[in-house]
Design a protein around this ligand. Structure first.
Ligand code: FES
Ligand code: FES
Length: 164
């Protein structure tokens, strides 16, 4: 008898079913069962943020989330952020700011940045730095990542000023 359970959830806007074991993480389900490898496996312990996804809109470590607990929820991964108004701007800003080096942390950083900018339309650099504290980057020194996220916020400010 299979120990797997069928769950159903929204994944990047599409109703999706998966058969998962009781012990599988959402990260394993996304990468191994559903082929969405943009979400990275770093530490597997909630320490690095490489596996960040949006769960019902909130940034969440997919390595600490049981797949069965995704039943009925809304998941968005880096693959789904290109069609998200904020996520698309963040991706572009990372490229323009030179915030991508090896790229391993980048999907998680972009998910986290999207979460920050949704919660706080005008974050200070300090607020951005605090917001990405749970996402580790071995390459960039973080300055260009903060620059990229700040650039999205500043572009939003000037668009609002022009509209007033
Ligand atoms: S792989 Fe999930 S926090 Fe590191
Ligand atoms: S760009 Fe390499 S870990 Fe961040």
């Amino acid at each position: 008898m299979s120990d797997r359970t069928t769950i159903s959830f929204r994944l990047n806007g599409v109703t999706t079913r998966a058969r998962v074991s009781a012990t599988a993480s959402a990260l394993e389900m996304l990468r191994d069962d559903l082929g969405l490898t943009g979400t990275k496996y770093g530490c597997g312990e909630g320490e690095c943020g490489a596996c960040s996804i949006l769960l019902d809109g909130d940034s969440t470590n997919a390595c600490l989330l049981f797949a069965v607990d995704c039943d009925g929820r809304d998941l968005r991964t880096i693959e789904g952020l290109a069609s998200d108004p904020i996520g698309a701007k963040v991706q572009q800003a990372f490229v323009e700011a030179g915030a991508v080096q090896c790229g391993f942390c980048t999907p998680g950083m972009i998910v986290q940045a999207t979460d920050i900018l949704r919660r706080e339309p005008h974050p200070s650099r300090e607020c951005i730095s605090r917001g990405i504290e749970g996402n580790l980057c071995r390459c960039t020194g973080y300055v260009k990542i903060v620059d990229a996220i700040e650039a999205v916020a500043l572009a939003r400010d000037s668009a609002q000023e022009r509209a007033q």
